[in-house]
Structure formats: C-alpha cells, structure tokens
Design a protein around this ligand. Sequence first.
Ligand SMILES: [Zn+2]
Length: 89
Amino acid sequence: MADELSRFRVIEGGPAEDGKPKRAGGRAPAKGRIEMLLCHVCKVDIGVATATTLEVKTGRMLKDGKPQGGTKRLICVECLSRGKVTHLI
Ligand SMILES: [Zn+2]
C-alpha cells in the first residue's frame, strides 16, 4: 500500500494569497465584452489565429433510428483541413 502511494509526490503550495482560486488562463474577460473567437492551435501551427468555425454535436444518441441530444461544439475549420479536430467551445 505504501509503495503505491509513493508513486505520487506532494507539491508544496496552496491557494493564492487572497485564498481565492485563480483562472488557469489569466484574467476572466469582462462580462458582456465582445471578442472574436480565434483558434490558438492555428496560431501555433501556421502563425495565424483563424476565426472560421463549424458547429458540430458530440455524444448524440439514437432513438428509433433518429439522432437526438448531444452537446453542441464549435470546431476550427482550418484545423480540420489539416486533419486536426480543435474544439474551440
Ligand atoms: Zn485551428
């Protein structure tokens, strides 16, 4: 039992000084602010953050042969043309 637990190590640290959790990506955008949806993967791969998206659904179920439910997602079309699936939302 002790050997299994030794695979993990404790990382020193704790919550931020004010005790509130921080967003991984930095500051949250201001509420109601409009911004263009850009692809960060395209920015890394081709140097241009593209903005063309395609709405798809994942996790759909079949009922009487007809698809229903699922989760709407936006994927990047430029990434798709390069064989990647990048979920933007
Ligand atoms: Zn992309």
